[in-house]
Write a protein that binds this ligand. Structure first.
Ligand SMILES: NC(=O)c1ccc[n+]([C@@H]2O[C@H](COP(=O)([O-])OP(=O)(O)OC[C@H]3O[C@@H](n4cnc5c(N)ncnc54)[C@H](OP(=O)(O)O)[C@@H]3O)[C@@H](O)[C@H]2O)c1
Length: 399
């Protein structure tokens, strides 16, 4: 078996590897960094860059040199747990903090285990087992976990080769948010709804959903919380944008729902009154009942909570009859429910529209070590519009 060169510098890694380095006699890397997050039984949270062996690829396995991985809200959950704000501080090269004792039982299944972080990313295949040797030198994206690392060893079936015109940075976020946004539209169809409501709608995912719905002619009511976010979405083609900070929010939400006919909502906020306000507006948007009943209309109203941007309790003030439902929503579960044909179609669309519908903007590109700098972490953990960071481990890899 022949291996691609051990990629040892940022510039070299960024070369188009196809062919050029294929003949290098250097062995593949045997060690690499991996970011680990541990919550100890004592309540200490420790983030560290652990040096680990890079396993030699077997059979159909490939070694991907990771060059880009976005910092998504779901990664922050694994990275930080419910660490108390203000307790994070540097400890040598590590970052440590404290998880309040009262919430430690929530983390029972991860206590004292160093967890890898980083759901998705992209990079270059630098070594492979004999059955996947043709992938050496290919630029690939993957959704395999443990991506905040120098190298990731996975089965070749788990990687998707990037089209020639899609950069590695563009390929890094082509799974979670694009597939979640598309799955929302598929779910809408499967469950018999005709339009959608979406909260925290100026998010990276929300902007993708605006583009999808504009292209596909689907009614979408976008809920934002700042005036400037309204313009961001209008510039992308959004028709209905309602600002929850405005005094006429409830009326405008009801009117937008009436005009679109939306009976399905995806709520990224989760905590507070968001889900209940949407259900109330959906009920009020229905035509008046010919004969009064205290049970409300028979129109089914569904809210899926799919994020935890607000971790406070979900408060539902029930003022919308009894034909409604609130449930959780997770991409992997949704994909399993939608089935292989739909997933294949969605993946093909994501690749074809990687530079348009599913393009992500990144505020900053940082190395792995910078993730552990308190002042850098303070920015990307805000989860604010336009502060999504991209990690490029190759930018501060020493060997
Ligand atoms: N369930 C799943 O399978 C799944 C899959 C993918 C994504 N998600 C979820 O999708 C959401 C969006 O992800 P993303 O990567 O697109 O996020 P993102 O680009 O980081 O954007 C986060 C957005 O949320 C807004 N926001 C933050 N805290 C908020 C709050 N308390 N109330 C209202 N708005 C708030 C921010 O607006 P400001 O600028 O006003 O702060 C920003 O526009 C996240 O919650 C993520 O966990 C879930």
């Amino acid at each position: 078996m022949s291996y691609l060169a051990s990629v040892s510098s940022r510039d070299r890694l960024r070369l188009r590897l196809d062919g050029l380095l294929m003949t290098s006699p250097d062995p593949p890397p045997t060690r690499g960094r991996s970011l680990r997050s541990t919550i100890f039984s004592s309540g200490e949270l420790r983030l560290e860059l652990a040096e680990r062996d890079v396993p030699k690829p077997d059979g159909n396995e490939v070694v991907v040199a990771v060059q880009a991985s976005p910092i998504n809200p779901s990664d922050l959950g694994v990275l930080l747990g419910a660490v108390a704000p203000g307790t994070l501080r540097a400890d040598g090269l590590d970052l440590v903090g404290t998880v309040p004792e009262a919430v430690l039982p929530l983390y029972r299944d991860r206590l004292d285990k160093p967890l890898p972080v980083g759901n998705e990313g992209a990079g270059t295949v630098i070594a492979a087992g004999p059955d996947a040797a043709t992938l050496i030198g290919r630029r690939v994206a993957l959704f395999g976990g443990s991506m905040w690392a120098d190298y990731r060893v996975v089965d070749a079936a788990a990687v998707v080769e990037l089209p020639g015109d899609v950069s590695i940075a563009e390929g890094a976020g082509l799974f979670i948010n694009p597939l979640t946004a598309l799955s929302m539209v598929e779910t809408m169809r499967v469950e018999g709804h005709k339009a959608l409501v979406h909260t925290a709608a100026a998010s990276n995912l929300g902007q993708m959903l605006v583009r999808i719905c504009a292209a596909d002619g689907i009614g979408l009511v976008n809920i934002v919380r700042r005036a400037e976010q309204t313009q961001v979405l209008r510039d992308l083609g959004a028709i209905y944008v309602v600002d929850s900070s405005q005094p006429d929010f409830a009326d405008r939400l009801t009117q937008s729902i009436r005009e679109t006919g939306a009976t399905l909502a995806f709520d990224a906020i989760g905590g507070g009154s968001s889900a209940g306000e949407i259900l109330t507006a959906m009920e009020r948007a229905q035509p008046p009942l010919a004969a009064y009943t205290p049970y409300g209309t028979t129109v089914h109203k569904q809210v899926y909570i799919y994020g935890s941007l607000d971790v406070s309790p979900t408060v539902i003030q029930r003022s919308f009859g009894l034909t409604w439902s609130v449930g959780g929503y997770l991409l992997t579960t949704a994909l399993a429910r939608l089935g292989a044909e739909a997933v294949g179609r969605m993946r093909a669309r994501v690749l074809a529209e990687a530079k348009t519908t599913f393009a992500s903007g990144y505020a900053q590109r940082i190395g792995l070590r910078e993730v552990l700098r308190p002042e850098v972490l303070a920015v990307f953990t805000r989860r604010s519009t336009g502060t999504k960071y991209l990690i490029d481990p190759s930018s501060d890899r020493s060997t």
